[in-house]
Write a protein of this length. Structure first.
Length: 224
């Protein structure tokens, strides 16, 4: 619930960066739609919390983090970097994670809700590659931007790995209730993350001559 709510603020900020980058109205409209999807998702998740006996009230601070400005980058590259980070990397992982969770969960209500969220997340994951398609000619003429995005990806891959591959629950800690809710244990979360990056995201980015394979191999949390 909280994560979906925070995603709303990520996509609404991203929409502003697309305007700065002079992206098409269509592209900006999709990003705003995604912001609204996430708001709806947080509402749906709130209903699940209530169905499970919770109060769907914030129990921790919802921190709004400003999305990266990438100092020194052009507006166009800044938007491309953040689209790649939020959709090609993060949302693509969400899609794979949701699919895995859906396979594990047995509770019919949670299955129904997860399916409806998954449909949107698939669109979110695909958006980044559609955006790259729209910028393919622009990128093709600018090898220095492709190389710069590749350097950024070393850091970006490490950040998403820290966020998604860690997982939240150890296998041994999972009980029958967790299983019926499809909670994904640590090891499986790490595996689904790696498979998604190597099987879908890296080749998807390489298609635009962005050196993603090299960046994946050299991923590091150290900048500069
Ligand atoms: Fe969502
Ligand atoms: Fe999403």
């Amino acid at each position: 619930m909280v994560n979906e709510y925070t995603s709303t603020t990520v996509f609404s900020q991203l929409a502003a960066q697309l305007v700065e980058a002079n992206a098409t109205l269509d592209a900006t409209a999709v990003v705003l739609r995604m912001a609204q999807d996430e708001l709806r998702h947080s509402e749906i998740c709130g209903r699940v919390v209530r169905a499970m006996g919770g109060s769907s009230q914030r129990t921790r601070d919802t921190r709004v983090v400003a999305i990266a400005r990438h100092p020194g980058c052009s507006e166009e590259e800044r938007a491309l970097r953040n689209v790649i980070f939020t959709t090609c990397l993060s949302e693509m992982n969400s899609v794979a994670y949701f699919v895995m969770a859906l396979e594990r969960m047995t509770d019919p209500y949670v299955r129904h809700v997860t399916r409806s969220l998954l449909a949107d997340e698939v669109l979110h994951g695909r958006f980044g590659f559609t955006y790259l398609e729209a910028w393919a000619d622009w990128l093709e003429e600018r090898p220095e931007v492709r190389a710069s995005i590749g350097r950024y990806l070393r850091f970006a891959f490490a950040v998403v790995e820290r966020e998604f591959a860690a997982g939240e629950h150890r296998d041994a800690e999972l009980g029958r209730d967790d299983e019926s809710l499809g909670v994904v244990p640590v090891g499986a979360a790490a595996e689904v993350f790696r498979e998604t990056m190597l099987g879908a995201v890296v080749p998807g980015l390489e298609r635009f001559d962005i050196p993603a394979e090299d960046a994946w191999r050299r991923r590091t949390l150290q900048t500069g």
